[in-house]
Design a protein around this ligand. Structure first.
Ligand code: GDP
Ligand code: IMO
Ligand code: MG
Length: 447
């Protein structure tokens, strides 16, 4: 048995969908533990592209149970559209289970998310506009609607009549928006409830049953470490905990049950939305990364900001997540470059620092200190073993692994399942902390 958490080590879109799909081959259960339809996870199998927002990336394997855990927020309309889309493609969704205690995104959440972003003006966060922040805010304020409320028509009616009248005051008085009709929303959501009912269970029981039976569970993170509400670049973050610690809270599993944490990182960096980004490239090079990496948001279609690899945040992600090994994606995007920069430290007001600062104002003042490495300028997309990689690419990987003190167990060289090098078994191979008891750093070629 191995219970594994897959997390994003940067600002999201690292390729978690591809890596989760790849590892799902040996998983019995795949669980999403936080976030909602702000996520967009892309899987490419035999030339066919699947874009998932809420459904776990294990869904393509018919014998893998997929669970949407209690720490997520669920927009039923989009979830149902996802179910329909998969059905059209002849992908079974019978093995999808939804937590009774996950919170539900309502129309007023989306309206408030979008209106509050507009009101913030230059202080906006650049959210996906999917109502994620307001849904989690209602959860904390203890006025949220949960999936189990949806399943109880009388209770839902009573709860929503009160809540919608309360939210209408905010919509009308604060944002000058027309009020919502409670009856209309109730009818709409009762319809969604019937559609989702067959999937709704106490998922924590299912997961604990799977643990007892020693089945392999894969916890799929959404977003990334730097978007974490507590550990990210606050306030430019999402409203949940994408870090590995979030997997326990968001599913109802004790930390003693977790065997591995695998971080996913791009071979460079991207970010969508507002907030500081020290290694961002504004000129031609940024455009080149964007073009070669097809860096447009899976959920909103927004152009992703692109920049060099930042090993300071990489090291931070290793620490905050207790990362055992890393999957490095999109190495192929760097194929054409003559030279490649890696941020090894920051200059903060004239002082060198190798640590990610807790203050976002300080983070905005960080200037990257780069180390330049030679590019390889040949295509890597067909490489399937380390030996086939050009020496400069191997040196690049080794340099990153040494800087972050984490072994790179998987290298991804294209969007397809098969465009992957498995350097060492990410699930059963040696763990980071055990690699070098003498204290020497972990390297790519650790085995
Ligand atoms: P996620 O949110 O972390 O699952 O990542 P996204 O799916 O939003 O974005 C990653 C994008 O990169 C998707 O379009 C993937 O198909 C694509 N991708 C994943 N791995 C690779 C890779 O190694 N090389 C290239 N060129 N594309 C990749
Ligand atoms: P995946 O799972 C990249 C960003 C938004 C914004 C901030 C807050 O595909 O990696 P929100 O709508 O969550 O309140 O927006 O977080 N964001 C993402 N960026 N990938 C994602 O998900 C993201 N989900 C949210 O762009 O900056
Ligand atoms: Mg994404």
């Amino acid at each position: 048995m191995a219970n594994v958490i897959v997390i994003g080590a940067q600002w999201g879109d690292e390729g978690k969908g591809k890596i989760t799909d790849l590892l799902s081959r040996s998983a019995d259960v795949v669980v999403r533990y936080q976030g909602g339809v702000n996520a967009g996870h892309t899987i490419v199998v035999k030339g066919q592209t699947f874009k998932l927002h809420l459904i776990p990336s294990g869904i393509l394997y018919p014998n893998t149970d997929c669970i949407i855990g209690c720490g997520t927020v669920i927009d039923p309309q989009i979830l149902i559209a996802e179910l329909d889309q998969l059905k059209k493609l002849n992908i079974s969704t019978d093995h999808l289970l939804i937590s009774e205690t996950a919170h539900v995104t309502m129309p007023y959440h989306r309206l408030i998310d979008q209106a509050s972003e507009e009101r913030r003006g230059s202080h906006k966060i650049g959210t996906t506009g999917r109502g994620i922040g307001p849904t989690y805010a209602d959860k904390s304020e203890r006025i949220g609607i949960r999936v189990l409320d949806l399943m109880d028509p009388d209770g839902l009616r009573e709860q929503l009549e009160w809540t919608i009248n309360y939210k209408n005051v905010i919509l009308e008085k604060l944002y000058n928006l027309p009020p919502l009709d409670p009856e209309e929303v109730i009818e709409q959501y009762l319809g969604y409830a019937e559609r989702l009912r067959p999937h709704v269970v106490d998922t924590s029981l299912k997961i604990s049953d799977a643990i007892v039976r020693r089945r392999n569970i894969l916890f799929e993170g959404a977003q990334g470490t730097l978007l974490d509400l507590d550990h990210g670049t606050y306030p430019y973050v999402t409203s949940s905990n994408p870090v590995a610690g979030g997997a326990c809270v968001g599913t109802g599993v004790g930390p003693t049950m977790i065997d591995r944490v695998i971080g996913v990182s791009k071979a460079y960096t991207t970010r969508v939305g507002e907030g500081p980004f020290p290694t961002e490239l504004h000129g031609e090079l940024g455009e080149l990364l964007c073009d070669r990496g097809a860096e447009f948001g899976t959920t909103t279609g927004r152009k992703r900001r692109c920049g060099w690899f930042d090993a300071v945040i990489g090291r931070y992600a290793v620490r905050i997540n207790g990362m055992d090994c890393m999957a490095l994606t999109k190495l192929d995007v760097l194929d054409e470059l003559e030279s490649i920069q890696v941020c090894v430290a920051y200059d903060i007001d004239g002082d060198r620092s190798e640590y990610f600062p807790t203050s976002s104002r300080k983070f905005a003042r960080c200037r990257p200190i780069y180390k330049s490495l030679p590019g390889w300028q040949v295509s890597t997309t067909e490489c399937r073993t380390l030996e086939e990689l050009p020496q400069q690419a191997l040196d690049y990987l080794k340099f990153l692994a040494e800087l972050m003190e984490v072994p790179i167990a998987i290298v991804s060289l294209g969007a397809s399942r098969d465009q992957t090098i498995i350097v060492e078994d990410p699930i059963h191979g040696p763990k980071r902390a055990l690699l070098h008891p003498d204290g020497t750093p972990a390297t790519l070629l650790s085995a």
